[in-house]
Write a protein that binds this ligand. Structure first.
Ligand SMILES: Cc1cc2nc3c(=O)[nH]c(=O)nc-3n(C[C@H](O)[C@H](O)[C@H](O)COP(=O)(O)O)c2cc1C
Length: 125
């Protein structure tokens, strides 16, 4: 069983987070990371776990209350498409619009990916 991480990134921060999440997943299952423009139009049956992520763009000043809803909105749209969610949405933080990532976020993303794979109810192949 494989995992696929699909990301969108304007300034490169989400790309780094996506790669760190894939690194964490790869400790327990095969994991591939692709930019959304290169993502397959259909998710094959070999993909058991799909992780999607992108920057928060709400066209307003960022504050704690504007961060969470963006990730939750993605989760809601995926649910409407019939995707079963196996983990709640997670947010990773930058220090400014272009970055850099807040210190420790790459390691937190790697650990999040690892714990996601560990909690996933499919044995690694
Ligand atoms: C047009 C625009 C709108 C944004 N709106 C928000 C926002 O509402 N809340 C927030 O926390 N960050 C906001 N940001 C900051 C982005 O979240 C930040 O640029 C992003 O995390 C960087 O990721 P990337 O390097 O992958 O593009 C905004 C950035 C842009 C360019």
């Amino acid at each position: 069983m494989d995992a696929l991480v699909i990301y969108e990134s304007m300034y490169g921060n989400t790309k780094k987070i996506a790669e760190a999440v894939a690194e964490g997943l790869a400790t327990r299952m095969r994991a591939e990371v692709v930019e959304v423009g290169s993502a397959p139009p259909q998710i094959g049956k070999e993909i058991a776990l799909l992780v999607v992520g992108g920057p928060t763009h709400a066209f307003s000043m960022s504050r704690a209350s504007t961060r969470q809803p963006a990730a939750h909105a993605v989760a809601r749209r995926l649910r409407r498409l019939g995707v079963r969610s196996v983990a709640p949405a997670e947010s990773f933080y930058v220090t400014d619009i272009r970055g850099a990532l807040v210190e420790g976020e790459l390691e937190r993303a790697r650990q999040w990916g690892e714990s996601l794979a560990a909690s996933f109810p499919v044995p690694a192949s």
